[in-house]
Design a protein around this ligand. Structure first.
Ligand code: HPA
Ligand code: MG
Length: 172
C-alpha cells in the first residue's frame, strides 16, 4: 500500500523562504564570491534552488560525510566524498545542509573544513530540528525550524525514497 504523506511545508512557502535566504546571503556577502559546500545527498535540491536565486557568483562543491558512533566514542567522521584544500583555502564557504538534527556530524564537518583555512565559514540549512541537538550547534541561515517529526521531500529521504517531492512532508 502507498504511504500517506501529510504536507508540512508546501512548495510555495519553501520557494518564498529560499528567496529570502538568497537575498540575505547576497547582502551579507556583497562583493564576494561564495563556495557552496553542498552535503550529499539531501541538500542538493535546496542548494541548487538557493544558488539559482542568488546574484553573487556561487561555486558549487559537493561533500558526503558519514559519522560512525562506537559504544564509547563520540563519533568518527568518514568522508565518502571530499574536496581538496585548494577548493576551500582563502574562500568564503557556506556549508549547505538539508536538516540539522543532533548537530554531531555537522560539527565534525565544520571542524574539518575550518582546518582547511577558509576566509569565512557559515552553515545554511533548509530545516533545523533544534530540539534534537545532542551537541551545541547553531546554523547561520535557517529556512524553517521544525519539531522532531521524521520528514521527507525536498531532498530528504526515507530509505532513499521521496527525495524528489517538491514539498516537505511527514510520512504517516
Ligand atoms: N528525514 C530525513 N532525514 C533526516 C531527518 C528527517 O526527518 N532527520 C535527520 N535526517
Ligand atoms: Mg543531511
Amino acid at each position: 500500500m502507498a504511504d500517506t504523506i501529510d504536507v508540512l511545508i508546501p512548495e510555495e512557502k519553501i520557494n518564498a523562504r529560499i528567496k529570502e535566504l538568497a537575498e540575505r546571503i547576497d547582502c551579507d556577502y556583497a562583493g564576494k564570491e561564495i563556495i557552496f559546500l553542498c552535503t550529499l545527498k539531501g541538500a542538493c535540491f535546496f542548494a541548487c534552488e538557493l544558488a539559482k536565486r542568488m546574484t553573487l557568483p556561487v561555486f558549487m562543491e559537493f561533500i558526503q560525510a558519514k559519522s560512525y558512533e562506537g559504544k564509547n566514542s563520540t563519533g568518527n567522521l568518514v568522508m565518502k566524498l571530499d574536496v581538496p584544500e585548494e577548493a576551500i583555502a582563502g574562500k568564503h564557504v557556506i556549508i549547505v545542509e538539508d536538516v540539522i538534527d543532533t548537530g554531531r556530524t555537522l560539527s565534525h564537518v565544520k571542524q574539518l573544513i575550518l582546518s582547511r583555512h577558509p576566509a569565512s565559514l557559515a552553515v545554511c540549512s533548509l530545516l533545523d530540528k533544534h530540539e534534537c541537538r545532542v551537541v551545541p550547534f547553531e546554523g547561520d541561515y535557517i529556512g524553517f525550524t521544525i519539531g522532531d517529526d521524521f520528514v521527507v521531500g525536498y531532498g530528504l529521504d526515507w530509505d532513499q525514497k521521496y527525495r524528489n517531492l517538491p514539498y516537505v512532508g511527514i510520512v504517516r
